[in-house]
Design a binder for this molecule. Structure first.
Ligand code: NAD
Length: 437
């Protein structure tokens, strides 16, 4: 099939590449000339495991091209909208200007019976509105919503083998020709048994925001338990293991730490609250305000614990922050808790050095005043305290004896509760976890 993918960021670049890998002829379209140039040269413009290798592989087939010219969408029968929906400046709601602009620019290039498939995370009601916009330009075209659930760091496999496919259609009817067309796009994962759920447009939009809200709630729940464990002298990691063995609860997303960040969860729960308010259903999501504030309190807590760890004052203390990305296996620093903590420590007088295997260029663009060092060993030199804030495997594997020889004072704050506290204490370190005695 001929497919266009509009917006080639963390979602769209992976989607375009994977659709070509599935055998389709794909054009990726983005307004960012640099990104398009990188992708066209088969270089991933951001770090995502497996993406660059797949880009190189599929580009040799000639099935994948990238351009800034929207007219290249003409001739495709399926058009995926993958542009950003960031938080509006100074407000909780989502900025829909990119989705609206991308859809409007696409209209002149639609042909009869094309389908426009939204993948961006949008406020409920967006798809019905855009459906009208699309049909006003091309009455036989249909707009579907097909929310994306990929996880950065696993984006390629999540796209090639999704755990489910959700299609929102205006009628909610499974026998709609647009559903059959989208089934052809996803023929490969459907053949291997991926469940596919067809529903109306608002339900499909809500599936995505509900899923993200649930995950955020689970993380904030265990972080609230960490606050309690701190107060009561209990251990949240053991508590999580024990409650997680109940299959109704499950152990995943119960890792207490510095909280969630990234380009999705924080802005998605805020946009969800804002939209609920517009719909007169704000009470239903009042709990998300608490989820958000528990999450933001983690960052404050880490700053306070670091001050304690340093003997009561941060002034002039040399702090090494291990990790800048919002999660390991990604270079994404959008709303990264690690960077926000690093910046706060610096504001409070500490001398902060940040290191990360992949995210330093992005981090330096966002927080140019922090000091960045590529090599972990150099970053650790003469540190008065070390903070492990993004749990890259390299940091989990650090040897406490070797590391102790590099730093000035062996103090470590394990912001992700991933280190063996006994091992580190035995090696002479003053160790602090979160929600652990
Ligand atoms: P991103 O900022 O990395 O990418 C967005 C891209 O859209 C940019 O490259 C930008 O240049 C491009 N763009 C903006 N306006 C355009 C236009 N008019 N025409 C063509 N291109 C345009 O964002 P992202 O992380 O890829 O997220 C995109 C959407 O997917 C968001 O709604 C997000 O919530 C959702 N989502 C993201 C993920 C993820 O893990 N990143 C997962 C699921 C859903």
């Amino acid at each position: 099939m001929r497919i266009s993918v509009i917006g080639c960021g963390y979602l769209g670049a992976v989607h375009a590449t994977c659709m070509a890998e599935l055998g389709h002829e794909v054009v990726g379209i983005d307004v960012d000339e640099n990104k398009v140039a990188e992708l066209a040269a088969a270089r991933a413009p951001f770090f995502e495991p497996g993406l660059e290798a797949l880009l190189k592989k599929v580009q040799t087939t000639g099935r994948l091209t990238f351009t800034t010219d929207m007219s290249a969408a003409k001739g495709s029968s399926v058009h995926f909208i993958c542009v950003g929906t960031p938080q509006k400046k100074g407000e909780n709601g989502a900025d829909m200007s990119y989705v609206d602009a991308a859809t409007r620019t696409l209209l002149p290039y639609l042909s009869a019976d094309d389908i426009v498939v939204g993948k961006s995370t949008v406020p409920v009601g967006t798809a019905a509105r855009l459906h009208e916009v699309v049909q006003s330009a091309e009455p036989s075209a249909e707009l579907l919503w097909n929310p994306e659930f990929l996880r950065e760091g696993h984006a390629v496999s999540d796209t090639l083998q999704p755990d489910r496919l959700v299609y929102g259609v205006l009628s909610g009817a499974e026998d709609h020709p647009a559903v059959h067309l989208l089934d052809q796009v996803y023929a490969a994962p459907l053949e291997t048994g991926t469940p596919r759920l067809v529903m109306d447009l608002p339900t499909a939009e809500l599936v995505k925001t509900a899923a993200n809200s649930f995950l955020a709630t689970k993380i904030s729940f265990i972080n609230a338990m960490a606050e309690l464990c701190d107060a009561a002298g209990a251990d949240v990691t053991l508590l999580a293991d024990a409650i997680g063995m109940d299959s109704r609860i499950g152990r995943q997303f119960l890792n207490a730490g510095i909280g969630f960040g990234g380009g999705c969860l924080p802005k998605d729960i805020r946009a969800f609250m804002a939209r609920a308010g517009e719909l007169g259903a704000d009470q239903a999501l009042a709990f998300l305000r608490e989820v958000d504030s528990i999450n933001m309190r983690r960052r404050v807590r880490v700053v306070e614990l670091t001050r304690e760890l340093c003997g009561g004052s941060l002034l002039g203390q040399r702090i090494t922050v291990l990790g800048a990305a919002f999660k390991p296996e990604s270079d994404d620093v959008r709303d990264s808790p690690a960077l926000s903590i690093a910046a706060q420590l610096q504001l409070q007088g500490a001398v902060v050095t940040v290191t990360d295997p992949e995210a330093l260029a992005n981090a330096a663009r966002r927080f140019p005043d922090l000091n960045y060092v590529n090599s972990t060993d150099s970053a650790l030199q003469r540190a008065d305290a070390v903070l492990l804030l993004t749990e890259w495997q390299d940091y989990r594997d650090l040897d406490p004896y070797v590391t102790a020889a590099l730093v000035s004072t062996p103090r470590i704050l394990d912001g992700r509760n991933v280190l063996n506290s006994t091992k580190w204490r035995t090696a002479g370190w003053k160790y602090r976890g979160l929600g652990r005695p």
